[in-house]
Ligand binder design. Structure first.
Ligand code: UD1
Ligand code: MG
Length: 451
């Protein structure tokens, strides 16, 4: 594929549907795959082909879709479909944004998020080569239930699409279905939408009715096959889970191709924005939330949960580590088991190896945070910062009550509750002094026997 599609086209993405089958208060296209709303995956797939414009069709109350789309495509436009009267009506709502436009209009559905740039590129190229009026993606899911069936006398020429709801028993047996992606010549699209009549069966205006309108005008509709994994439409939660499975295997394959070792790939969950370097080893059962980047030669051990974190080279994370947003792990630093970090920077070679919570904290280079250290960063109303200097040593089971600063090279005795700053190279011990009483244990046991 070249860097850029050589023909010009405008892109319309339909996202206004209520998504009733999801049974959700969230617009359907806002449901996420690999941590990113479906509609953003669709926009991302088209972006490298540099459409002349991208128009997302939304319902009046869909501010969340607007925000999500703007996040990935700041220059996209929006068209409002005031009532959800069907996919043909939705495309009609976008026409106002392309008055006088005479190129190709690529229509995509916001609930078809697995679609790949390469496939869209091929469809657009084929559209030009075959001089089609409409080009569409077809697939053969098993079973084809729910999808519009492609009526073809001579493959790959499509005469009409019959919606599943309207299909006869014989038509329901057709294995070919429409996969939710269509390219149109703009002039035809405009004309046909002006004449589009609602379905007799459902009263909806179907975009798919445009195929028979083209056939009646002796204009050509050409189908190109796509895999079901790539073009499945997501209408309910079971399909969402199936798409997530496919998306995860795609992301895992990419991570491995780029040089990460996934010991048991099926158990590693990635986000669409996870950035992994080379020679990273990821042990089984690791979850990456949004916003994680991992540099080369990092090892991430089992059962770690990581989000919003930047991990520098040669660091070792886990097993059982939790890195929350704002964690920055320095080169060669270690975060061990049952350690939670939040908004915390660990300096190079620093270690927090066991059973700790460290939040809103700067940890200096080579500092060692003992087992069970807790930064007490919250007083029930406000959060406060902790600073731990280079080379400091925090003894086990210490509480650092923020705001507090531990100087470089300082030592905090085990079991301390530190409420005052500790200067560089000072020793701080803040716990009740120990009392040993000779023979007292024996006396206690005698008393216990008598009772
Ligand atoms: C649709 C197709 C079907 C195809 C399938 C592929 C139609 C009539 N049917 O069925 O042939 O096989 O997709 O996945 O096109 N939308 C609006 N406004 C509306 C209605 C829908 O914007 O008034 C949007 C939805 O948000 C969604 C997309 O259009 O992103 C498709 O709508 P959906 O209801 O999912 O159609 P399907 O029943 O899946
Ligand atoms: Mg659908």
């Amino acid at each position: 594929m070249g860097n850029e599609y050589k023909y010009k086209f405008a892109n319309v993405i339909l996202a206004a549907g209520a998504g009733t089958r999801m049974r959700s208060n969230l617009p359907k296209v806002m449901h996420c795959l690999a941590g990113q709303p479906m509609v953003c995956h669709v926009i991302d797939a088209v972006k490298p082909l540099k459409p002349e414009k991208t128009v997302v069709v939304i319902a009046p109350s869909m501010d969340s879709v607007r925000e999500a789309a703007k996040h990935v495509a700041p220059d996209c436009q929006f068209a409002i479909q005031s009532e959800q009267k069907g996919t043909g009506d939705a495309v009609r709502a976008a026409l106002d944004t392309m008055k006088g436009y005479n190129g190709i209009v690529l229509v995509l559905y916001g609930d078809t998020p697995m679609i790949r740039t390469e496939t869209l590129y091929s469809l657009l190229s084929q559209h030009a080569e075959k001089q089609a009026t409409i080009s569409l993606l077809g697939m053969r899911p098993n079973p084809p239930t729910g999808y519009g069936r492609l009526v073809m006398k001579e493959e790959p020429l499509v005469e009409r699409i019959v919606e599943c709801k309207d299909a006869s028993a014989a038509e329901k047996l057709i294995p070919w279905v429409w996969a939710g992606v269509m390219a149109f010549d703009a002039a035809f699209l405009r004309q046909a939408l002006a004449e589009l009549a609602p379905s007799k069966a459902t009263g909806e205006y179907y975009l798919t009715s445009l195929i028979e309108m083209a056939t009646a005008r002796k204009l050509k509709t050409v189908m190109m096959e796509v895999s079901v994994e790539e073009a499945m439409g997501i209408n309910d939660r079971a399909q969402l889970a199936e798409a997530e499975r496919c998306m995860q295997s795609r992301l895992r394959a990419k991570a491995m191709k780029e040089g990460a070792t996934l010991i048991d790939p099926e158990t590693v969950y990635l986000s669409s924005d996870t950035v992994l370097g080379k020679d990273i080893v990821i042990h089984p059962h690791v979850v990456f939330g949004k916003g994680v980047s991992v540099a080369d030669n990092v090892e991430i051990r089992s059962f770690s949960h990581i989000e919003g974190a930047k991990i520098m080279s040669h660091a070792v994370i886990g097993p059982f580590a939790r890195l929350r947003p704002g964690s920055v792990i320095g080169k060669r630093a270690h975060v061990g088991n049952f350690v939670e970090l939040k908004k915390t920077t660990l300096g190079e070679d620093a270690k927090v190896n066991h059973l700790s919570y460290v939040g809103d904290t700067q940890v200096g280079q080579g500092a060692n945070i003992g087992a069970g250290t807790i930064t007490c960063n919250y007083d029930g109303a406000n959060k406060y910062d902790t600073v731990i200097g280079d080379g400091a040593f925090i003894g086990s089971n210490s509480s650092l009550v923020a705001p507090v600063t531990i100087g470089a090279g300082a030592i905090v005795g085990a079991g301390s509750v530190i409420t005052e700053d500790v200067g560089a190279d000072e020793l701080a011990v803040a716990r009740a002094p120990q009392v040993n009483k000779a023979g007292t244990a024996k006396n206690i046991r005698k008393r216990q026997k008598k009772a």
